[in-house]
Design a protein around this ligand. Structure first.
Ligand SMILES: Cc1cc2nc3c(=O)[nH]c(=O)nc-3n(C[C@H](O)[C@H](O)[C@H](O)COP(=O)(O)OP(=O)(O)OC[C@H]3O[C@@H](n4cnc5c(N)ncnc54)[C@H](O)[C@@H]3O)c2cc1C
Length: 408
């Protein structure tokens, strides 16, 4: 991966965010990018690619359509090229399966020759005014860097030392699913991932012996998918949010939580019906225990399983064989930024992010480090969502190009 001539930009991580950048940049003959991905191939949260899981947004919020509906990389173009457009329309899915959206992402990535897979960027520093990105496969020089490394699993502190084959984050679920059959399984977390795992467990041929679902939230709360709320996912709103004072942004992020972190109604209905089926039709009374408003505050290794200390309205110790942490993700700069981090301008401990999505670096730096899906504090609840993907990539591309290639 060594090249004498610097690239216009080096993208780090090729999830949907930087795939969108690559797709919008692909028709531009003068642009010379490189795209670096740690995985051996494109995969969208593979540990949570459950067969029944669906997109929570319109498939028109794909990699390109909202800024370039004529792009050859749209979801509709994928359906047409795969010869399934008529059947897709006729099937009238209420929502697109995530497994199909993953196929779409893989289809796009196959047309981007500048992706170098199996390249885990370990360090980024500066050399002669250029960015130098190092991995086990060598180094590249680039005028700009676009970080798209995605979020990292959030593990509650008292469970960090217990991670093992039976205590794991939801993001690894499909790798470990076989550990749940005929065992007592506890799912922590009342968001969409927790709900999807609970639904999946309830539908397995070999179900767990019991399921306990614990959340700090006062209930299993729905996603607010209503029209006015959905305007939080517009570029216009993101721009307004970006201009607000920090205190106001923090308040709004808390207030708007369930516009992005609630459970979609279809999943809640499925779980409700599955519970009914198991309890009344299959006669498995108390097979699933729902524990909202409760918090796990400790974990102890027992001779045969785990004891979870649970506090709330009815404190108790829950004994279990398996603990699945559907405790969400954190957005922080990846470790490959450690060398540059001391040069970043920050406010209240979080990096400042400009209107062009670039981080502010001190010193004599000509190029920029842009950050995709890493600045919810600056851009609002839509930052990790697919909704702003194409727009954000277009803003970054325009800035790198130095002219307005896309309307933003
Ligand atoms: C299970 C799940 C379902 C979701 N469903 C939806 C949905 O329906 N609608 C919606 O709007 N949003 C959804 N989201 C939120 C969001 O759209 C996704 O998290 C999306 O994948 C974010 O894209 P990304 O490219 O920023 O990060 P990621 O998809 O996490 O991709 C990051 C990539 O960077 C690579 N990488 C990391 N570090 C390095 C490194 N140092 N060097 C090289 N490569 C590296 C990783 O291997 C990975 O491929 C979902 C999130 C999850 C977890």
């Amino acid at each position: 991966m060594t090249a004498a001539e610097p690239y216009d930009y080096a993208a780090v991580g090729m999830g949907p965010a930087n795939l969108s950048l690559a797709a919008l940049g692909e028709p531009l003959p003068d642009l010379r990018p490189i795209h670096l991905e740690a995985r051996e191939s494109t995969a969208w949260h593979p540990g949570l690619l459950l067969p029944e899981a669906t997109l929570q947004v319109s498939p028109l919020k794909d990699l390109v359509t909202l800024v370039d509906p004529t792009s050859r990389f749209s979801f509709l173009a994928f359906l047409a090229q795969e010869d399934r457009l008529y059947r897709f329309l006729t099937a009238r899915f209420p929502a697109v399966h995530r497994t199909e959206f993953n196929q779409y992402l893989q289809w796009v990535s196959q047309s981007i020759p500048s992706i170098e897979y199996g390249t885990h960027v370990q360090d980024i520093d500066l050399r002669d005014g250029l960015f130098r990105l190092r991995s086990e496969r060598g180094e590249v020089l680039a005028r700009n860097v676009v970080l798209g490394t995605g979020p990292v699993p959030r593990i509650p502190p008292h469970l960090r030392n217990h991670l093992c084959a039976d205590v794991f984050h939801a993001g690894e679920f499909l790798l470990r699913e076989r550990t749940t059959a005929d065992r007592d399984v506890t799912v922590l977390g009342g968001g969409q991932s927790g709900a999807e795992i609970v639904r999946h467990l309830m539908r397995l041929d070999r179900v767990p012996r019991s399921i306990t679902w614990i959340t700090r939230r006062p209930g299993f709360l729905p996603l607010d998918d209503s029209p006015f709320t959905n305007e939080y996912f517009f570029p216009q709103y993101a721009r307004e949010f970006h201009k607000m004072p920090g205190e106001r942004r923090r308040t709004l992020l808390a207030e708007q939580k369930y516009a992005s972190d609630g459970i979609d109604t279809a999943t809640l209905e499925d779980i409700y019906r599955e519970r009914y089926r198991h309890e009344y039709i299959l006669g498995r009374k108390d097979w699933i225990r729902l524990m909202p408003g409760m918090e796990v505050t400790g974990c102890t290794r027992l001779p045969d399983g785990w004891g979870l200390t649970v506090e709330g309205a009815e404190p108790r110790v829950v004994t279990t064989d398996v603990v699945i942490l559907a405790t969400g993700y954190e957005h922080r700069l990846p470790s490959c930024m450690d060398t540059l981090t001391p040069r970043l301008s920050t406010t209240g401990g979080t990096p400042d992010v400009g209107e062009d999505f670039s981080l502010r670096l001190d010193g004599d730096v000509r190029g920029k480090v842009y950050v995709q899906n890493g600045a919810q504090h600056a851009w609002g609840i839509a930052d990790p969502n697919l909704s702003l993907l194409a727009w954000r990539s277009a803003v970054i591309l325009n800035d790198i190009l130095g002219y307005r290639r896309y309307n933003t």
